[in-house]
Design a protein around this ligand. Structure first.
Ligand code: ATP
Ligand code: MN
Length: 465
């Protein structure tokens, strides 16, 4: 007989019917006559309760049923007598697939700290919290694909290994098959790569955008959704060395279209979570962050504030003049720190903010230059609790302006002829942005540390599991 998922058993009203459930024991309590065993199989945050008539089972078998053990139970579905659940299963047969010795199994009933659970990340999926987080993670991936698919955007796969170092040089992880103990060098002492696997220096990508632009120039609207890597040594609750990014790139979109898309997109994802992950979001709300649901609903009900960078700086300077203390200084030209972004969002506007027209010095070379000669058509979406959740821009479509900027910044373009071809042949206005998947998940789950929304986080000095 096939087993039924706990999520389906809990919704069934076929009382008296025989069911088979399989899962892991969460708790066991009771007395010498009857045991109540809560089983979870990951399909939902909720457990199914087994009622076990102790007399009818072998004592040795029941002893093996401890927290963490994997079991298969055949029984009768009944309406629950007790509080807290509507159905339960009267056990007729129990098989223990695998035991979990209470002396050594780390996940006993008592609540563990998130820090401790990070050290046993291989067991985290078995907890309520991470079950909820990873079900939401799956759901957000589905929401993202659905959103873009319905809009007629194509999921485009960009390479993970790249040989273009124009962006984020210094932040990149190198990919090599060279013998690091015996590196071939040229007469100047520089490492040569002609004998390396790709015949040139290669790295893990920091973004799929440049290739995404190539695709948008033929397919119209595309998005990427894949892993990206940054060797930035920032040990913060919002940075990972390996994270997933969603990067739409759309031909014939200007910065305003881009902002509209970003706002609609995030709201779509948040709404999806509220509608399709209600139990899990409610659990996280009750356990960690009593404001979570209110914050999610708040985002849905507000038009994001749209301001130029200059206005943001003015507001921040005014706050400083009125006694507000920030760790980092505020002045026109500064790359805003998360504390500044959060002040604007949480305290001043009390609403997500889309900030545009940043100084060109703090933004990437490919962003469309404004007529003032100082700013570019960048847009960052700033969120409560998170700070920057999206970074994007209208792209510079003019070949000469783009090349001038590349030369000003001394960006090595020798391997980038293919990118410049987008501006040489059929160039057009186009825009795009990058959403950090884990930053979205931080927002939607209310978790405070990015290490707790990805199954196996990679951060400086940490690549366990
Ligand atoms: P930050 O200033 O927060 O480091 P960034 O300006 O480097 O971000 P972008 O290069 O614009 O970010 O990347 C696009 C998006 O990717 C960001 O808005 C953010 O959501 C996400 N992101 C960037 N770096 C990381 C990281 N190290 N870990 C997780 N997500 C990241
Ligand atoms: Mn960064």
């Amino acid at each position: 007989m096939n087993h039924t998922k706990v999520i389906d058993v809990l919704q069934s009203t076929q009382f008296g019917a025989e069911v088979v459930v399989k899962g892991w024991v969460r708790t066991k309590r009771g007395n010498k006559n009857v045991n109540f065993i809560a089983i979870n199989d990951g399909s939902t945050i909720k457990n199914i309760q087994l009622v076990v008539d102790v007399e009818k089972f072998d004592e040795e078998l029941l002893k093996k049923i401890t927290t963490g053990a994997a079991v298969c139970v055949k029984g009768t579905l009944v309406q629950s007598q007790g509080k807290g659940q509507s159905v339960e299963v009267l056990a007729k047969e129990i098989e223990v697939y695998g035991t979990a010795n209470p002396e050594t199994y780390p996940l006993q009933k008592k609540g563990h700290s998130l820090e401790f659970l990070r050290e046993i990340a291989h067991l985290r999926p078995r907890t309520n919290t991470f079950g909820a987080v990873f079900r939401i993670r799956h759901n957000m991936a589905m929401a993202i694909h659905t959103f873009f698919h319905q809009k007629g955007f194509f999921y485009f796969h960009t390479p993970i290994i790249t040989a273009s170092d124009c962006e984020g040089a210094g932040q990149m992880f190198q990919v090599t098959t060279k013998n690091l103990y015996d590196l071939k060098k040229d007469e100047n002492g520089s490492i040569t790569y002609d004998d390396d696997f790709f015949g040139k220096q290669a790295s893990l990508t920091v973004s799929g955008q440049l290739e995404g632009e190539l695709a948008a120039m033929g397919l119209g609207g595309i998005y990427t959704f894949g892993p990206t890597f940054r060797a930035e040594n920032s040990n913060t609750p919002r940075h990972l060395a390996e994270f997933w990014m969603i990067e739409p790139e759309i031909a014939f979109y200007d910065i305003n279209d881009n902002m509209d898309l970003a706002e609609e997109f995030i709201k779509y994802c948040v709404k999806w979570a509220l509608e399709n992950c209600r139990d899990d979001v409610q659990f996280l709300n009750d356990m960690f962050d009593k404001e979570l649901i209110a914050r999610l609903e708040g985002v849905l009900n507000q038009d994001f504030v749209r301001i130029p960078y200059g206005e943001g700086i003015r507001v921040l300077e005014e706050a400083v003049a009125n006694g507000k203390k920030f760790e980092f200084p505020v002045y026109w030209g500064v790359d805003l720190a998360s504390e500044h972004e959060r002040y604007l969002v949480e305290e001043y506007y009390k609403c997500p903010v889309i900030m545009t027209d940043y100084p060109k010095e703090i933004k990437a070379f490919y962003m469309k230059q404004n007529d003032d000669g100082k700013t570019v058509r960048a847009m960052d979406v700033l969120f409560p609790q998170i700070g920057e959740i999206i970074g994007g821009s209208e792209r510079e479509a003019d070949y000469d302006k783009l090349l001038t900027r590349i030369n000003e910044l001394n960006i090595p373009m020798k391997d980038m002829w293919w990118y410049l071809d987008t501006r040489r042949f059929g160039s057009c206005p186009h825009s795009g942005f990058g959403l950090g998947f884990e930053r979205l998940l931080l927002f939607v789950t209310g978790m405070a540390n990015i290490r707790d929304v990805i199954p196996f986080p990679r951060t400086p000095k940490n690549a366990e599991f």
